[in-house]
Write a protein of this length. Structure first.
Length: 255
């Protein structure tokens, strides 16, 4: 069931989204060569705590997960696509890092992700990250009243495929509001003009995930969470929480 939000409720979601943006900025700034993923998670916890927010990630346990998620951010490095569990791994020169973060503030959720490189960047990684961001922008541009979910999916997938990248099957965006995951699902690929019609008051998390090697295959680590590319190629992830309004898409997780 899709829950439409009022303008006032979207403003409340914007407050939660701003906390997410501030958290991602702080974590990105702390992600230097030698920093551990656990240290980055501690940075995120500090920002959430200072804002009076909590994490929808910490303790989250969907049906596929063998254990609750133990951190407030997903930290996915190099061949990890999404859902990376922060651990003692220390960042190395040239690593590609994707950080996914959520916040709950006054009963409303925000969710966003960003990918970046640490130290000297590989040109191929910058192209991958840039394409993820372009795919996200295309999906957001399609998030207007009268369009359909399939128009967002088609916009995202077209950018990814045109660049020669893979799109992990079965993973994509979602509705968001009082909880982090609500209806409807938002695929990262599909035919335009299909699916639920978009209406003002819908709020969606749009999140392209790209595999550099061009295949769509992935595997899950023994932790039951981290998804990795099967071919060992690198991956990137970009995400914003977006409200559909009569005035066009409103990004709620931008700084």
């Amino acid at each position: 069931m899709v829950k439409l939000k009022t303008d006032r409720e979207i403003d409340e979601m914007r407050a939660a989204g701003r906390v997410v943006a501030e958290t991602l900025a702080a974590v990105s700034g702390a992600a230097r060569v030698g920093a551990s993923l656990l240290e980055l998670d501690e940075v995120a916890r500090g920002v959430l705590r200072e804002a009076g927010a909590t994490s929808p990630f910490l303790g989250y346990r969907p049906r596929f997960a063998p254990v609750p998620f133990p951190a407030v951010v997903c930290a996915s490095v190099n061949d990890a696509i999404v859902h990376g569990v922060p651990d003692g791994y220390r960042l190395r020169d040239g690593d590609l890092v994707s950080i996914d973060c959520g916040a709950l503030l006054r009963g409303w959720a925000g969710d966003a992700a960003v990918s970046f490189t640490v130290g000297r960047a590989r040109p191929a990684d910058l192209r991958l990250i840039g394409t993820a961001e372009s795919a996200l922008a295309a999906g957001i541009a399609a998030a207007v009243p009268g369009n359909r979910i399939g128009d967002i999916a088609h916009a995202v997938g077209t950018v990814c495929r045109a660049a020669g990248y893979g799109v992990p099957d079965g993973f994509g965006g979602h509705g968001i509001g009082r909880s982090m995951h609500e209806d409807p699902g938002v695929p990262n690929e599909g035919p335009p003009g299909r699916g639920m019609r978009l209406r003002p008051g819908m709020v969606l998390a749009i999140e392209p995930m790209l595999i550099a090697g061009g295949t769509d295959d992935y595997r899950c680590d023994a932790d039951g969470w981290t998804l990795r590319t099967v071919d060992g190629s690198r991956a990137a992830h970009a995400e914003h929480t977006v409200a559909i309004t009569d005035d066009g898409p409103r990004i709620l997780t931008a700084l």
